[in-house]
Ligand binder design. Structure first.
Ligand code: NAP
Length: 250
C-alpha cells in the first residue's frame, strides 16, 4: 500500500466518482477526509463501509463554494491528522440550458461550485503543502472543457477554467514539491448522468471506441496515479479518461 501514512481530502466524496476516489485512496493506505453538501445518508454509508474495513475516514459537511468553509475544512483535517498530502477537488454540478434561456443563477451556481471551489480549496491547502514541501493536487475537469455540447456553456467554462488554473498553479508550486494535475472524465455512470443514460445510453455507447460507459473506478484509478509520491515528475497535465470518446476516429 503506497499511500500508507498519507492524508487525503476529497471534495464531493459522498457519491459517484468522489466516492470511488475516497475508496481507492483508502484502499491504498491513506487516511481520507471527504466533503459533501447535504446528502448525509450517502456520506454515512461511505464512512460505515470504510470503517468496516478498518480504514481511517472523516466526513465533513461543507459548501465548497465558501472560502471560509474551505479554510475551516483544511484546518480540521490538519488538526486531526497532522498534515495534508493529497487534495482532490471533485465536487461538481450541472445546470444545463441554452444560452438564450440560461438565467444568471444557472451560470453562477456552476461557476461557484465547480471552479471557485477549486480556488478556495487549493489556496487553503497549498499553504499547508508548501510548508510541508510536499503535496499532490488533483482537480476534476471534464471532456466538456474542450468539446462543444449545446446547453453546457456554463459547465464547459467552469471546466476549461479548472484546466488553465491547474497549469498555472503547477508552475507556481513545482519547486515546493507540490504537483497539480487534472483528470478529464468522459461519460461516467453516476447520479449526474443518470437521466441522459436512461434516455440515450445506447447511442452514447456507439460513440465511445471502447463501447462502454465509464465507471467511477476508471476515474479513481487515474486519480490514484497522480496521488502517488512516485508521480513527482508529472505536473500541469490534463489526463482524459474517456474510453477514446474524444479521439475523433468514430
Ligand atoms: P455526483 O454523483 O452528482 O456527485 C456530486 C458530489 O459533489 C456529491 O458528493 C455532492 O454532495 C458533492 N457536491 C455538490 N455540490 C457541492 C457543494 N456545493 N459543496 C460540497 N459538495 C458538493 O457527481 P459525479 O458524476 O460523481 O461527478 C463528480 C465530478 O466529476 C464533478 O466535478 C463532475 O463535473 C465531474 N465529471 C463527471 C462526469 C460524469 O460523466 N459523471 C464527466 C465528467 C466530469 P451531496 O452527496 O451531499 O449532494
Amino acid at each position: 500500500m503506497s499511500l500508507e501514512g498519507r492524508v487525503a481530502l476529497v471534495t464531493g466524496g459522498s457519491r459517484g466518482i468522489g466516492r470511488a476516489i475516497v475508496e481507492a485512496l483508502a484502499d491504498d493506505g491513506a487516511k481520507v477526509a471527504f466533503v459533501y453538501a447535504s446528502n448525509s445518508a450517502a456520506a454515512d454509508s461511505v464512512v460505515a463501509d470504510l470503517k468496516a474495513k478498518g480504514q481511517e475516514v472523516m466526513a465533513i459537511q461543507a459548501d465548497v463554494r465558501s472560502k471560509e468553509a474551505a479554510d475551516k475544512t483544511i484546518d480540521t483535517v490538519v488538526e486531526a491528522w497532522g498534515s495534508l498530502d493529497i487534495l482532490v477537488n471533485n465536487a461538481g454540478i450541472i445546470r444545463d440550458g441554452l444560452l438564450a434561456v440560461m438565467d444568471a443563477t444557472q451560470w453562477q451556481d456552476v461557476i461557484d461550485t465547480n471552479l471557485t471551489s477549486v480556488f478556495n480549496f487549493c489556496q487553503a491547502a497549498t499553504r499547508q503543502m508548501m510548508s510541508q514541501r510536499y503535496g499532490r493536487i488533483i482537480n476534476m475537469s471534464s471532456v466538456a472543457a474542450d468539446t462543444s455540447n449545446p446547453g453546457q456553456a456554463n459547465y464547459a467554462a467552469s471546466k476549461g477554467g479548472i484546466e488553465g488554473f491547474t497549469r498555472c498553479i503547477a508552475t507556481e508550486l513545482a519547486r515546493r514539491g507540490v504537483t497539480a494535475n487534472a483528470v478529464a472524465p468522459g461519460f461516467i455512470e453516476t447520479d449526474m448522468t443518470e437521466a441522459v443514460v436512461e434516455a440515450a445510453g445506447k447511442e452514447i455507447k456507439k460513440k465511445i471506441p471502447v463501447r462502454r460507459l465509464g465507471a467511477p473506478s476508471d476515474i479513481a484509478n487515474a486519480v490514484l496515479y497522480f496521488a502517488q509520491e512516485s508521480s513527482s515528475y508529472v505536473t500541469g497535465q490534463i489526463l482524459k479518461v474517456d474510453g477514446g470518446l474524444t479521439l475523433g476516429g468514430m
